[in-house]
Design a protein around this ligand. Structure first.
Ligand code: FAD
Length: 622
């Protein structure tokens, strides 16, 4: 690719010039890759070295954020029908992945754009038009202010007040810890509008406050809190002191805030998978690159059988994580109403796949895991710290599992009652999708989950498959048995829901003073369900895309290895056949040396040594 190509693609696309913006998400990711340049090149705004330096100084990566903005990242959070470029949920996944693989501080600081989605979910037409225009003008830094120091995940206990006063509200209270608390221009917050007689669920309302439009009173930043990872991020808080805002800042009806908040989180949790995929990619790339250059026992250290298998397994986990993420992105278009379970399943499982990898990769990296060695300039450890946040924020893993657990009875009840459908649109990555309409998301999806519902049809499709060059009758027989086992495991798991509930009901009342009573055994079912979900997603993606993703993908050895895992994110030494290890290891190395994402598809990274695109065109997108 020439420099002029690099400069042309994204800017021309966004500014409505001669070149159209990429239509497919992988091409869009490649355009952003080219725009940001090679992260190994120190002079680029988002290089690994610079990211680490700023992180160590607890400094917001301003140049990197500017470079991402100049690409028009914000436009991908405004739906097309409001003038933006949000066409496919997968676009957001892929753009986030591209940024997160370089620097989570940039990804987490700038992807707060996603919170403006609350206006598309809960706002009226006037508010939507206003906020869309604001976001598209650029320079908007939203933050999400739900958490309060004393209440954590118990949002219903929040005490921040929003007192109605004529055509205005007076806001008072503190939100903490908040990403972009100090540096935001807009705050999406929950405030109590109901009195003590109103049920807790209906007490709070949602507001989208433009800090520059506060009529009187004060909005101030709460000091930043030093963090374990994301050290360059503005993790702080925001305090309102009798801050008067126009009533038009309220999104949705009075009392609807908590419901709106939960609906928004179901979508943003699904997008968190992009953060995991990005950090997971860099960790595997750093470790496998280092070990293939390191010579021990007369050969590359990466080819010590124990090491190769460990890397092969990490690669396999990345493929499964991608399958789960891609199906979820497609599901957001097709089955938006079902995300009360699905959004939690996807966030939990993709983070688990990457988190397990990060521990295994730390061991595989060896002593350098414990050093800030020049070979990877501490980037591995930074990704390890930063990536760990995904299972902590935006609904921690226990909170997501609790939410799934509470919906298990409905899932068990609906199980087996779904109508068969043509599942091609869900799984075939080439199939056209209907528009993504975030406002269709619901707090209660009535126990429906399209991925699980598709399993019988996937099993039938597998039964009809003919052997092919890389996938002979023996492989097909194993895959068919594995798919059948998946069905049995799912049936048994949902049967356990009833058993656990009966068992719990029979237990004597304990001494616990908590109003939260979800039995840990039900949480365990939710965990196992998340793992099964990713297996079914991988099976569906394989069945519908074998004819266009190359031999490695089509022959299904990777899928067989994935389905053979007990819990999809966990693996142990000796799990893989040596031939399977070698196949996975070779494909991983091929993608690494070809400069591609670790992916079931071919998605090109920035060329080695590529400089970032110039921002001369910035005015065109500002
Ligand atoms: C880097 C970072 C950025 C953040 N950014 C934001 C932001 O931008 N906006 C925002 O509003 N908040 C933000 N938060 C807050 C974050 O969402 C918190 O995780 C949340 O407020 C929960 O609080 P807590 O983790 O202190 O745990 P607590 O809620 O105090 O929980 C204490 C313990 O109880 C467990 N627990 C809580 N609820 C359940 C449940 N339902 N089921 C089972 N176990 C449960 C927890 O897992 C934990 O073990 C951020 C946090 C971090 C670390």
């Amino acid at each position: 690719m020439t420099k002029s190509d690099v400069e042309m693609s994204p800017v021309s696309a966004i500014s409505g010039g001669a070149v159209q913006r990429p239509v497919e998400a992988p091409a869009l990711a490649e355009a952003l890759e080219d725009w940001l340049g090679d992260p190994e090149l120190e002079s680029n705004s988002i290089s690994f070295v610079r990211a680490l330096e700023l992180d160590e100084r607890d400094e917001l990566p301003a140049a990197g954020i500017n470079q991402v903005r100049a690409f028009g990242f914000n436009r991908y959070f405004v739906p097309e029908w409001l003038g933006g470029d949000l066409r496919a949920a997968e676009d957001i996944l892929m753009l986030t992945r591209v940024i997160a693989r370089r620097d989570m501080n940039v990804a987490v600081s700038e992807s707060t754009q996603v919170w403006m989605m609350l206006a598309w979910i809960g706002g009226d037409a006037e508010q939507q038009a206003k906020y869309a225009a604001t976001v598209l003008r650029g320079g908007v830094v939203p933050c999400l202010a739900y958490s309060e120091p004393g209440h954590g995940a118990d949002l219903a206990a929040n005490r921040f007040v929003a007192t109605p006063d004529g055509s205005q509200y007076v806001l008072s209270g503190e939100k903490w810890p908040i990403n972009r608390g100090r540096t935001s221009t807009h705050v999406v917050l929950l405030g109590t509008t109901g009195n003590d007689e109103v049920p807790a669920k209906r007490k709070q309302s949602m507001f989208l406050v433009d800090r520059s439009q506060v009529i009187s009173g004060e909005v101030t930043g709460v000091p930043r809190v030093p963090t374990y990872g994301l050290r360059g991020c503005d993790i702080s808080g925001v305090a309102f002191n009798d801050a008067r805002v126009d009533a038009s800042a309220r999104l949705g009806a009075e009392g609807e805030g908590l419901e709106l908040a939960l609906r928004g989180l179901l979508i943003t949790r699904t997008f968190c998978t992009g953060l995991s995929l990005g950090t997971g990619d860099t960790m595997l790339r750093a470790v496998s690159g280092f070990l293939s250059d390191r010579v021990l026992y007369d050969g590359p250290a990466s080819e010590i059988p124990y090491v190769s298998e460990s890397l092969a397994n990490a690669y396999l986990s990345m493929l499964v994580a991608e399958c789960e993420s891609l199906v979820a992105m497609r599901g957001l278009h097709l089955y938006t109403e079902q995300f009360s379970i699905w959004g939690n399943l996807a966030k939990v499982q993709v983070a688990r796949l990457v988190d397990f990898n990060s521990k295994a990769l730390s061991r595989t990296l060896g002593a350098r895991y414990f050093m800030r060695a020049p070979e990877h300039a501490g980037t591995f450890q930074k990704m390890l710290r930063d990536g760990a946040v995904v299972s902590v924020f935006d609904g921690s893993e226990p909170v997501c599992l609790d939410s799934i657990a509470l919906q298990l009875p409905a899932l068990a009840k609906a199980h087996g009652k779904d109508q068969d459908e043509d599942w091609r649109t869900l799984y075939d990555l080439r199939a056209e999708l209907p528009a993504f309409e975030p406002d269709r998301v619901s707090v209660f999806g009535r126990g429906r989950d399209a991925t699980f519902a598709s399993l019988p049809a996937l099993i039938s499709r597998l039964a009809e498959l003919s052997p092919s060059a890389g996938c002979d009758e023996d492989r097909l027989a194993v895959l068919r048995a594995q798919a059948e086992q998946l069905r049995q495991e799912l049936d048994a798991l949902l049967e356990r829901v009833h058993e656990v509930r009966r068992w719990s009901a029979a237990q004597p009342a304990g001494p616990s003073a908590s109003a939260k009573t979800t039995p840990p055994r039900l949480i365990r079912v939710a965990e196992e369900l998340s793992a099964l979900h990713a297996k079914v997603a991988a099976l569906g993606i394989w069945l519908f895309n074998r004819d266009h993703l190359g031999e490695f993908f089509a022959d299904g050895e990777w899928l067989q290895a994935a389905l053979a895992r007990k819990q999809i994110h966990q693996y142990e030494a000796g799990d893989l056949q040596p031939s399977t290890t070698w196949k996975l290891f070779t494909q991983m190395n091929l993608q690494r040396t070809n400069n591609e994402f670790f992916s079931i598809r071919t998605v090109r990274l920035a060329e080695p040594g590529a400089r970032e695109a110039s921002q001369d065109h910035e005015s065109a997108v500002a």
